[in-house]
Design a protein. Structure first.
Length: 398
């Protein structure tokens, strides 16, 4: 057990999405369960500097944890804060680091990095070429509802959570972005076609392979150009999958939560659009739902938080697969996998609702597995071990 005087400080900003604030709260509770003291500091608050200084002076701080680089560049008299006070800063990228390359110092002596997908970590070796220790730590989840609702009492059979953008809008942005590189337009459609149904390779890897075949290297292009290109490719693939998968579910009622769906031409009256809701309400809906449909973003070697929060609220998860998930979950035992092939998800939906007893069992077994291995408390243990491994003077966590 950790010494109680050790403290872990988590850093956030007011612009942080509500889901990331929930992550921080649940991660904080995970560190407290290990025996650490923990707190969250909002760096956008008017008194943030005073609060941070007070925490450092009054506590034995083990490390700082910044979600997606928040606070990575804090400095004192032009020297990075963490180097000045000899306390590690752990930048935890809970989405693809391509979105955060602009905020990463390259000279820190006390910085570490965590990634929620192994392919994100591999990407970082090229675009964040620093000696910082780095490791893959997947998303986690937590049971946050007041009492998990009995499965048989749940009023919603099938639900999906996620936003939508029209594909033509993204394609127009993509083509405008590469107009000064006419050679790229020849294979962008090939990249999108390869990525659309691929759960073995991420968009970044597919793009880089195609660049290589065409005689390019990623380093030949300005980093902001590659950054925007990858964002647009990711947005296109993500929304293509959402549009295609949801369009294939026509004969079964599904509640769809998220912004932008007013721009979606629904092929079925069974699509019930509920609009955007905040993450605490997402969890309430999950607690009243039998099956939550998940469509993975660019995660081919990690797990997404929606899967774990779904399970921990007692619902069964229906998700596309990747090798990391297949190594840890069993189809029809702890969750349901659907193939990305045409009509794969619609056929799976019909199958799983034909056996209510099996469906309830999968939800129950999935919850037990998630509680044992995929909570934010589990991730907190992994993070604390990682920090200790790379900070030899830190006290043992036991």
């Amino acid at each position: 057990m950790a010494h109680t005087e050790e403290k872990i400080i988590l850093l956030k900003a007011s612009s942080t999405y509500d889901v990331l604030s929930i992550f921080l709260e649940d991660l904080l509770k995970g560190f407290e369960s290990l025996g650490f003291s923990a707190s969250v500091i909002d760096l956008s608050a008017p008194n943030a500097s005073q609060t941070l200084s007070q925490e450092i002076q009054e506590n034995q701080v083990k490390c700082f944890i910044a979600i997606n680089c928040v606070g990575f560049g804090l400095s004192i008299r032009e020297k990075l804060l963490y180097d000045t006070i000899n306390i590690p800063l752990v930048a935890y990228f809970v989405d693809h680091p391509i979105h955060h390359l602009h905020g990463i110092p390259t000279t820190s002596q006390h910085s570490m990095m965590l990634f929620c997908d192994q392919t994100h970590l591999e990407f970082s070796k090229t675009f964040i070429p620093t000696p910082y220790p780095r490791e893959m730590v997947p998303h986690g989840g937590a049971t946050r509802v007041e009492g998990v609702k009995p499965f048989e009492d749940r009023e919603i059979e099938l639900a999906f959570f996620g936003s939508y953008r029209p594909l033509q809008e993204i394609e127009d942005q993509l083509l405008a972005h590469i107009k000064d590189y006419p050679g790229l337009s020849d294979f962008i459609s090939s990249v999108l076609g390869q990525a659309a149904l691929n759960n073995q390779q991420g968009v970044t890897e597919i793009l880089f392979e195609n660049l290589h075949v065409a005689g390019y290297t990623p380093q030949e292009f300005p980093v902001p150009f590659i950054q925007t290109l990858l964002r647009n490719l990711d947005f296109y693939v993500r929304n293509w999958r959402r549009q295609t998968i949801l369009s294939s579910i026509q004969d079964f009622p599904i509640h769809i939560y998220g912004k932008g769906w007013e721009n979606f031409e629904s092929p079925s009256e069974n699509h019930q659009f509920k609009g955007p809701i905040d993450f605490p309400n997402v969890l309430d809906v999950m607690n009243n739902t039998q099956v939550v449909l998940n469509i993975l973003p660019d995660f081919v070697a990690g797990g997404h938080e929606r899967i774990f929060y779904t399970m921990l609220q007692g619902a069964a998860c229906l998700t596309d697969s990747n090798p990391w998930l297949e190594d840890r979950f069993k189809d029809y035992e702890t969750l349901f996998f659907y193939p990305l092939a045409e009509h794969g998800v619609s056929e799976k939906v019909q199958q799983i609702f034909q056996d209510p007893g099996k469906l309830a069992s999968v939800a129950h077994q999935g919850k037990l597995l998630a509680e044992a291995e995929h909570t934010w408390a589990c991730r907190a243990k992994q993070i604390a071990t990682f920090v200790e491994m790379h900070s030899p003077l830190q006290p043992s966590i036991g």
